[in-house]
Design a protein around this ligand. Structure first.
Ligand code: NAP
Length: 358
């Protein structure tokens, strides 16, 4: 039997098969959504993308669970009036995202290629994925003080995580550097173990929320040293023994003997993958609009990589949800065959009208 184009039916079937198989295989080899990061934003993006039937792939990064996983007690995430630990919350996030089909890979993304579509995501374990959308949820990490001795004594008395290391300071004297929520919260946590906790703050007013300030001031183990910065961390026999200080008003120098220095002076966005590829602000956060779109169509971002204002578990969760919903809409447009202008910045404030208003 011969078909209308002159090929035998067998030939035609085999040609069609090859085409169909190739096309199907190609389709199957392209991910709908890759989520980079496993904090509250990442898992929420996974949950929403999975429930949209997109079978998202979530690549955890090296710090599984993000910063919440090193938080001892979470009191301000709604729905858990009794509070719960960071690791417990991360497990719940993961279970819920997986329940609907999120695939979780314990790997680290080392490169993204976003000047072609499908995008490419390469990982430390040697995997190379092609994907129609990316949701960046890489979060942030603690900022260093950058004083002499800090690097040398990290893990030997210098710490950025009271939950992780507080236990080792039972009955000891510790310093906490910083005046924000983290410093206050971690100082309070350290009073479980340490005999004395002194907070060194560079100003005369804490930045921390009122409720945490009240707890700090009411705690007999905590003393706040105002207008004081650490200029050097000193040690003996491979362990911290004290810090050199300076008064920010008078310039007067001093020395404090201590067993540990806990540093909470803010965070830096984990943005190493993005310079030259996605637009960053002067502090290194990805610049997104209210729909969590970056300047590249099909690439979205949520959580602390793009939020320098709120940085709460609750806000990161909301942002992860929004980014997944935007990615879902974007995929619907692709599916419907709508033309995507790959060269145009899709963010709303990039439009001339908003630019003029700004
Ligand atoms: P943060 O709010 O940025 O506070 C950083 C603190 O470190 C500030 O007090 C700052 O002083 C001080 N600082 C910065 N650089 C310094 C330096 N080189 N030397 C000495 N001190 C320095 O950071 P965070 O406390 O990590 O909090 C980050 C975000 O997470 C915030 O939005 C916070 O509300 C949120 N958070 C919330 C909770 C909670 O809700 N329970 C817990 C933790 C964190 P100045 O005050 O003078 O700027």
């Amino acid at each position: 039997m011969t078909t209308t184009n002159g090929h035998s039916a067998a030939e035609q079937a085999s040609v069609e098969n090859v085409i169909i198989i190739t096309s199907a295989a190609e389709q199957a080899s392209v991910e709908n959504v890759i989520i980079i990061g496993s904090g509250p934003a990442g898992f929420t993006a996974g949950l929403y993308a999975a429930r949209a039937d997109l079978s998202p792939l979530l690549i955890t990064g090296n710090d599984y669970g993000g910063q919440v996983s090193i938080t001892y007690d979470i009191e301000n995430y709604p729905g858990f009036p009794e509070s719960l630990s960071g690791p417990e919350l991360v497990e719940k996030f993961k279970m819920q995202a997986e329940k609907f089909g999120t695939r979780v890979e314990f790997d680290y993304v080392k490169e993204i290629v976003v000047d072609q579509h499908p995008f490419i995501v390469r990982t430390e374990n040697g995997a190379e994925y092609r994907t129609r959308t990316i949701i960046v949820c890489t979060g942030a990490r603690p900022r260093y003080l950058n004083v002499p001795g800090e690097k040398e004594f990290t893990g030997k008395g210098v710490s950025y995580c009271a939950t992780c290391d507080g236990f080792f300071f039972r009955g000891k004297d510790v310093l906490v550097v910083g005046g924000g929520d983290s410093a206050a919260e971690e100082a309070l946590f350290l009073t479980r173990y340490a005999s004395r906790v002194r907070i060194l703050h560079r100003r005369d007013k804490l930045r921390a929320s009122k409720i945490l300030q009240d707890r700090v001031f009411a705690n007999e183990k905590i003393e706040v040293l105002w207008n004081t910065v650490v200029t050097e961390i000193m040690g003996e026999n491979g362990a911290v023994s004290g810090v050199k200080t300076q008064n920010t008003l008078t310039g007067e120098e001093g020395f404090l003997t201590t067993d540990g220095v806990f540093i909470f002076v803010g965070h830096l966005p984990n943005n190493e993958l993005f310079p030259g590829k996605l637009e960053l602000d002067e502090d290194g956060h990805l610049i997104t609009d209210r729909k969590y779109r970056t300047n590249v169509p099909g690439v979205f971002a949520a959580g602390e990589i793009q939020d320098k204002v709120f940085k709460q578990v609750a806000t990161s969760v909301g942002q992860g949800c929004g980014a997944a919903m935007s990615a879902t809409r974007f995929l619907e447009e692709l599916e419907a065959g709508h033309a995507i202008d790959w060269r145009a910045d899709p963010r709303e404030f990039a439009s001339p009208r908003v630019a003029v208003l700004a």
